[in-house]
Design a protein around this ligand. Structure first.
Ligand SMILES: NC(=O)c1ccc[n+]([C@@H]2O[C@H](COP(=O)([O-])OP(=O)(O)OC[C@H]3O[C@@H](n4cnc5c(N)ncnc54)[C@H](OP(=O)(O)O)[C@@H]3O)[C@@H](O)[C@H]2O)c1
Length: 251
């Protein structure tokens, strides 16, 4: 995707944009002319660096701190946004140390629903919600995606699929507001912290995913799919399988 103006004058919010796929998506959407709100939870310096990189290329962006599992934080964040064209639901987690057993569902399902609900009134003139997920999560409803070396990720995968289902259940509400909903799913992404954590928990995981898929996407390649989904001509409810279905082609 080269620089363009598909999102000129539009405000877009990318959750969890202080690093990884969210940060790369924020940079790509800014190159399309969007004013990008770079949400982060803790890492203010990293979020500032994302905004500075966008500004250095002539784009506009601002950081917006919010722990998306906090209703008060969400209200503060949305209270400062006048209108929104695109909401990219990228922030995710559940593999962190010291989190309680209910955290993955609170973050990957409940917070996503709360974000979408609170964003809708700001998307009065139509817009799009993009939900970012993994193949291990997306396909967990139909196949045992944890049957190989990915057991450590299984609870997170289930919570992310629960988030996808809960958002999908909101489709009539989105449509009534003229808002589209698109899911972008990918297999393990090269060079991410999640991949590193899973490799540490279960050595051999990355090599196994490479073999199963015929090659993993990089952060920039996956982010390009996410950014494209923000403006591409897609029917609401579409699921974009970035890099193809890979290991689950038979499903
Ligand atoms: N990594 C993969 O292999 C892979 C594969 C397929 C799909 N995906 C999907 O791509 C998305 C991004 O993955 P990633 O690997 O780039 O993630 P990541 O490196 O773990 O980054 C997570 C981001 O989410 C933020 N975040 C975490 N908890 C938050 C909270 N409670 N409130 C607000 N922000 C929070 C973090 O902010 P702070 O840094 O400020 O804490 C950070 O910016 C996820 O939806 C993931 O499921 C990833």
């Amino acid at each position: 995707m080269g620089p363009g103006n598909a999102l000129a004058d539009a405000t877009v919010l990318v959750t969890g944009a202080s690093r990884g796929i969210g940060a790369a998506t924020a940079r790509l959407l800014a190159a399309e002319g969007a004013h990008v709100l770079v949400n982060y939870r803790d890492k203010a310096k990293r979020a500032d660096a994302v905004v500075a990189a966008i500004a250095a290329k002539g784009g506009t962006a601002a950081t917006v701190q919010a722990d998306i599992t906090s209703d008060a934080d969400l209200d503060r964040m949305f209270g400062a946004i006048a209108s929104l064209r695109v909401l990219v639901l990228n922030a995710s987690g559940g593999l962190e140390r010291d989190v309680d057993p209910g955290y993955a569902l609170r973050l990957n399902r409940d917070a996503q629903v709360a974000l979408a609900s609170k964003a809708l009134p700001l998307m009065a003139n139509g817009g799009r919600i993009v939900y970012v997920t993994s193949h291990q999560a997306h396909f967990s409803a139909t196949v045992d995606t944890a049957a190989d070396e990915l057991e450590a990720y299984a609870p997170v995968a289930r919570s992310k699929r629960a988030g996808e289902d809960a958002l999908r259940a909101m489709l009539p509400e989105f449509t009534a507001r003229g808002v589209d909903f698109v899911t972008v799913s990918g297999d393990m992404i090269e060079g991410t912290i999640t991949a590193t954590l899973l490799e540490r928990a279960q050595p051999g995981t990355i090599a196994q995913r490479r073999e199963a898929t015929g090659g993993l996407l990089t952060v920039d390649q996956f982010a390009a799919h996410v950014a494209d989904a923000a403006t591409a001509d897609l029917p609401t409810g579409e699921v974009v399988l970035a890099g193809g279905p890979g290991a689950w082609a038979q499903v």
